[in-house]
Design a protein around this ligand. Structure first.
Ligand code: ADP
Ligand code: MG
Length: 321
């Protein structure tokens, strides 16, 4: 298959987004938007660095990279609309593999009715995929890291550490409880787009997605907002069978295990019941894990373990991806 028929094969038969004027097939895509703010992000995945074929099928590679992008949209409170895919293809990936990558993306994009409107296809030595996503928010309604204030409740969605647990299972064969659950959390994470969109009515909300572990993401909010954050160790949500893993890893993954693509946020106390209500409506678990505090050391995250408060060091999990 040549480049031309490849592009033809990944092209959508029809588009979902009303603002689209020109999709795939010209030198660039065109859409028109006058009423909303435009939010855009890009993510790049390199084989051997961000994923390997030992733990991911081609389908999962496509699914997961788009999920990571959509998670950035969720973290901004944006509604995703379009994506563009730049791909570097080495010899050892077949046309079939490639179509599975795009099927993985499609299985997720169809859920959110987002359109593939362009990209670039080249050959090279190493598989690399870069996705640009474009979304919209109501004017002035993007959610930033810099909006946390003292007294806010700190919350997270879902359970933490599951993606790394899935990776551990895939790389340490054995018998595990809830194996399928963990592996799925690693290969096919769910971006919290709908839940994030449901919080639009809240006047002030800071959000970040948990791509590198809660320690890192909480620190990003604390730094951007010039506040400190205290997290209570005993309430950090973990999954049902999480205790089966070595204790040291449990602890490491829940703070530093990346790629859960859950959200961490802060809201004023009076908005917390609304957050819980929306979470319930969207069948999303949400947990209060701490408080935004002022005073000593703005930009720092503290952790309370059995009433002993210590600094939670900001170190992501990137080296072990
Ligand atoms: P040009 O040479 O003008 O850059 P291309 O031949 O690279 O155009 O691309 C033709 C069309 O196919 C464009 O609309 C481009 O956005 C789209 N396209 C190319 N590669 C991809 C891809 N990997 N995913 C989605 N669209 C793609
Ligand atoms: Mg081109």
């Amino acid at each position: 298959m040549d480049e031309f028929s490849f592009i033809e094969s990944i092209k959508q038969k029809a588009y979902n987004q009303a603002s689209l004027i020109k999709g795939i097939g010209d030198d660039a895509a065109v859409f028109r938007e006058t009423q909303q703010d435009i939010v855009t992000a890009v993510d790049t995945f390199v084989e051997g660095v961000h994923f390997s074929r030992q733990t991911m099928q081609a389908f999962h590679v496509g699914y997961r990279i788009l999920a990571a992008n959509l998670s950035d949209m969720a973290a901004m409170g944006a509604k995703p609309a379009y994506y563009l895919v730049s791909i570097v293809i080495p010899d050892n990936w077949s046309m079939e593999d490639l179509s599975h990558i795009f099927e993985g993306m499609k299985s997720l994009s169809s859920v959110y009715k987002i359109d593939l409107i362009g990209g670039d296809t080249v050959s090279g030595d190493q598989m690399m995929i870069s996705i640009t996503v474009i979304g919209f928010t109501e004017k002035g309604k993007a959610r930033y890291r810099h909006d946390a204030k003292a007294g806010d409740i700190v919350f997270v969605t879902g359970t933490l550490g599951d993606s790394q647990a899935g990776f551990y299972i895939l790389t340490n064969p054995g018998s595990y409880k809830d194996k399928t659950y963990y592996v799925k959390k690693h290969q096919m994470p769910v971006p919290q787009v709908n839940f994030s969109r449901s919080l639009q009515g809240i006047a002030r909300l800071s959000l970040n997605d948990i791509s590198d572990g809660i320690a890192n993401e909480a620190a990003e909010i604390a730094e951007a907002s010039k506040v400190s954050i205290t997290i209570n160790d005993d309430v950090i949500p973990t999954s049902h069978a999480y205790r089966q893993f070595p204790q040291k890893l449990q602890k490491h993954w829940k703070y530093y295990g990346g790629e859960d693509f859950e959200l961490i946020g802060t809201v004023p106390e009076h908005d917390w019941p609304y957050v819980k209500k929306m979470a319930c409506l969207h069948d999303v678990q949400v947990t209060e894990v701490g408080k935004v505090t002022v005073g000593n050391k703005p930009g720092t995250v503290f952790v309370n373990v059995n009433n002993q408060i210590a600094v939670l060091p900001k170190k992501g999990y990137t080296h072990l991806k």
